[in-house]
Design a protein around this ligand. Structure first.
Ligand SMILES: [Zn+2]
Length: 228
């Protein structure tokens, strides 16, 4: 990747630009072709790229909100949000990171599209928390629901989200979804995420689906002192 022409790494270069007529693989131009746009492309080109179906679903190739990933033994990444750069269109996963050192603290961090390689999803909290409590007093389950109708209860957020995503893909017209993403008003382990659709139609807005995954804490044993 050339640092002097960062636009060369933009995915929308795969299609021709409807605004300036620049062919696939070439940078956009301004001022009647006299100036090359080295930093970005015309907005319409990104939209055209999306329309051409070049944007694959995020879940196939990028971090997902509400999941935790490990890169070998060296680092962990708990993803809270996934967003796209407003001008350049590349994906960015934002969340919390820590090193593999014992007692390492979480700090804010992010990873961009192209930096997903080598990360694998791990259970929430990772291996580090296992063994601390052989018999937890509480366990967390994940409820997939739509308009307050419960669809299912799952032991992982991943499974609950997969259920919702499958339903939405069944319900929406084929080819109408550019990608699906999960958004929460809150952050943290107890955040409730709603599935959102980014429509393939570049003129349409990202919108919620009413499909929600909510973590629920359930007791592993009856506690007579807690009974009111
Ligand atoms: Zn252009």
């Amino acid at each position: 990747m050339s640092t002097r022409e960062p636009a060369r790494s933009l995915p929308q270069l795969a299609v021709a630009c409807p605004t300036c007529g620049s062919p696939a693989g070439e940078l956009c131009t301004s001022h009647g072709g006299t100036r090359t746009r080295r930093i970005d492309t015309h907005q319409a080109r990104l939209a055209a790229w999306g329309e051409a179906g070049k944007i694959r679903p995020i879940e196939d190739e990028f971090f997902q909100p509400g999941r935790t990933y490990a890169h070998g033994q060296t680092s962990q990444f708990r993803v809270e949000h996934v967003t796209r750069h407003p001008d350049h269109g590349h994906l960015r996963a934002i969340g919390w990171m820590k090193t593999g050192e014992p007692g390492a603290k979480w700090h804010g961090g992010f990873r961009d599209e192209g930096e997903f390689k080598g990360w694998i999803e791990i259970a929430d909290g990772g291996d580090a928390v296992q063994g601390e409590a052989a018999q937890p007093a509480e366990v967390t389950i994940y409820r997939a629901s739509h308009d307050s109708i419960v669809m299912g209860l799952y032991t992982t957020r991943d499974a609950a989200q997969t259920h919702c995503e499958a339903k939405v893909r069944q319900e929406e017209p084929e080819g109408s979804i550019q990608h699906l993403s999960w958004w929460a008003d809150d952050t943290g382990d107890q955040a409730e995420y709603e599935l959102h659709i980014t429509p393939a139609d570049p003129g349409a807005l990202i919108h919620g689906t009413g499909y929600v995954v909510k973590p629920l804490t359930v007791a592993a044993a009856y506690d007579p002192d807690g009974d009111e």
